[in-house]
Design a protein around this ligand. Structure first.
Ligand code: PLP
Length: 381
């Protein structure tokens, strides 16, 4: 896979021998003859048609992500959230039913609660650890998963849920951002569509927003048409940055994992810490399922602290030098953000305690990161 990531979506000798695909800035595409224009109209979703439909830079990224995720084809979109909303709108209309994991990314939930419910779609949140088969209805059109779940990393039996969805005639969609397409390949487990916030590990440098949707052959046109109807378009410079990030995805992710596992083990032994949530830890509740399905872990881990006052927490977080306070993750740098695990679920209850911190372990020397966390934890009490 590391080799594939280096070679996919580029062809130097089609580009003057230049290693990287060029950045094409375009709106208008012109045709030499009426016959050529009519010929292009016969395949509206192929090749360059108009800037909004993509340029060779977009297609290079889409081909590279298809090589990463497997599947038929990929559609690049302007953000991870847009990948989710475009897919859901492609398959859901008034009267339809959506089954969705209770621990999905919070903005995914908000879209379902505000936009989909407003359009007359029925939305049911489900415990990601539960068997979904009994919850499927005749009008269930989509089963949406995110595994591991956001913030608390619940591991879902994706193959079982995808099989149940297929048997019921529903499309299964997964948010595969955590795995970056490298640690888990959902299409090989029967899922129909895998999406990523490429903003995270694919871009990898905290400097662009982008999403990807990779589909089976059977689902491609439906999603492609929806993205065209919705006017979804991506900028060529962002595609270029994503392609550049993609080349080093495998070694970056390996390093994120090594450092995160080391820090997770170190944190587990600290008296200020009640629990560390990291799928690669044997103590993690979903560890066995993670081992069955995943090729590794990333740089994300969550820490449940012993009860502390807000002021003590502020003293700790404000004192950190290498872990910057901020949302998002997947860049080369370390980040920390506090979260309320109970506030972002409705079908399950959070009983793990808190306050909780989500760490993104970056590419710094892990000894320096541990020293930063150690001086921070000292300030808690
Ligand atoms: C960040 C994130 C998204 C949204 O991606 P954006 O590019 O920020 O819109 C979706 N899903 C998961 C799991 C994420 O972490």
């Amino acid at each position: 896979m590391a080799t594939r990531l280096v070679t996919a979506g580029r062809d130097p000798f089609a580009n003057h021998g230049v290693v990287n695909p060029p950045v094409y800035h375009a709106s208008t595409i012109v045709y030499p003859t009426l016959a050529a224009l009519e010929e292009a109209d016969r395949t509206p979703f192929e090749g360059t048609r108009y800037g909004r439909r993509g340029t060779p830079t977009t297609f290079a990224l889409e081909d590279a992500v298809t090589a990463l995720e497997g599947g038929y084809r990929t559609i690049a979109v302007p953000s991870g959230l847009n990948a989710i909303t475009t897919c859901l709108l492609a398959f859901l209309k008034q009267g339809d039913h959506l089954l969705i994991g209770d621990t999905v990314y919070a903005p995914t939930r908000r879209f379902c609660d505000v936009v989909l419910k407003g359009l007359g779609v029925t939305v049911t949140y489900v415990d990601p650890l539960a068997d979904i088969a009994p919850l499927l209805r005749p009008e269930t059109r989509v089963v949406f998963m995110e595994s591991p779940g956001s913030l608390t990393y619940e591991i879902q039996d994706v193959a079982a849920a995808a099989a149940a969805a297929r048997a019921a005639g529903a499309v299964s969609i997964i948010d595969n951002t955590w795995a970056a397409g490298l640690l888990f390949r959902p299409l090989e487990h029967g899922v129909d569509i895998t999406i990523q916030a490429a903003t995270k590990y694919i871009v990898g440098h905290s400097d662009a927003m982008l999403g990807t949707i990779t589909t089976t052959e059977a689902t491609f046109l439906r999603v492609k048409r929806a993205s065209a109807l919705l006017g979804v378009a991506v900028g060529p410079d962002d595609c270029y940055l994503a392609l550049r990030g993609l080349r080093t995805l495998a070694p970056r992710l390996a390093r994120h994992q090594d450092s995160a596992l080391r820090i997770a083990r170190w944190l587990e032994a600290r008296p200020e810490v009640r629990a560390v949530l990291y799928p690669a830890l044997p103590s993690f509740p979903g560890h066995d399922l993670w081992r069955r399905d995943f090729a590794g872990a990333n740089g994300l881990l969550s820490v449940v602290l012993q009860t502390v006052e807000r002021e003590a927490l502020a003293r700790m977080l404000d004192s950190l030098n290498l872990f910057a306070l901020g949302y998002s993750w997947g860049g080369y740098e370390s980040l920390v953000v506090p979260f309320d695990a109970a506030a972002v679920r409705t079908a399950t209850r959070w009983t793990g305690g808190g306050p909780c911190l989500r760490l993104h372990v970056g590419l710094e020397d892990p000894d320096d990161l541990i020293a930063d966390l150690a001086q921070g934890l000292e300030r808690l009490g």
